[in-house]
Ligand binder design. Structure first.
Ligand SMILES: [Fe+2]
Length: 239
């Protein structure tokens, strides 16, 4: 089989057991010719099957990082939360897979480097938000260190379940959102050929194209780092 040299990265956010939606997501992203597919973790805690989800991610060589829910189930913590899976729900293989997941992964495409993580770097609980009327700004010294290291052009994370782009002068953050729940579940494609992000969303169990946004543009607010967040931001939605 010829090597896939497309410059499309498939982006799957938090899975939360949604094995059927994960299967559909993989099918669409592979069909679109994605060279690599990433997933921001949180495989467990939801309505579907975590074992089939873990199997699909492994079979399709998805670059997956560990979410806080994956860590919690390994540590047998926070099992009182809504729709929590228990350790007994997991096969030996799934538990081994979750334990082996890294907290972060790097994709090196030569001139482009991408950091994949769940929250920020190795902190799976950290949240970033420039601030809107509904939610005040959430800043992160850890993210500011990552930005100022200039090691990455893009960071792809999950955790907040809201598909968006946040533009910093030296790095663009893409939040992968989630394929679970009812609030615009879907996936994205980072297309480095056209310099766009394409957002897809679920409609009647099928994934449909929804929106394409340029990676950069004059209409976006560009922050220096999270300390420069003003609390006055119009989210660049990917749904
Ligand atoms: Fe999550």
């Amino acid at each position: 089989m010829p090597e896939n040299k497309s410059k499309k990265i498939g982006i799957i956010g938090d899975v939360h057991g949604e094995d059927k939606r994960l299967e559909e997501s993989l099918s669409v992203l592979l069909n679109e010719g994605c060279q690599k597919i990433v997933c921001t973790g949180d495989i467990v805690d939801g309505v579907g099957c975590p074992n089939r989800s873990a199997k699909l991610l492994q079979e399709n060589k998805v670059i997956t990082v560990r979410g806080n829910h994956d860590r919690w189930i390994i540590e047998n913590k926070a099992r009182h939360i809504k729709k929590a899976h228990s350790l007994h729900d997991l096969t030996v293989d799934t538990l081994a897979f979750l334990k082996k997941l890294p907290t972060q992964a790097t994709i090196d495409l030569g001139e482009i480097r991408i950091l994949v993580c769940h929250g920020v770097g190795d902190n799976d609980l950290e949240k970033i938000w420039p601030g809107t009327d509904r939610l005040k700004a959430l800043k992160s010294e850890l993210l500011d260190k990552i930005i100022s290291s200039k090691r990455y052009n893009y960071m792809i994370n999950g955790h907040i379940h809201f598909r968006t782009m946040i533009h910093f002068r030296k790095m663009t953050l893409i939040n992968a959102g989630t394929i679970a729940g009812d609030f615009w579940p879907g996936v994205s494609i980072l297309d480095l050929e056209t310099n766009q992000v394409h957002g897809y969303h679920f409609k009647d169990r099928k994934l449909k194209p929804r929106i394409s946004r340029n990676l950069s543009g004059k209409n976006y607010t560009i922050w220096e780092n999270t300390q420069s967040f003003t609390g006055n931001w119009d989210p660049v939605r990917l749904f």
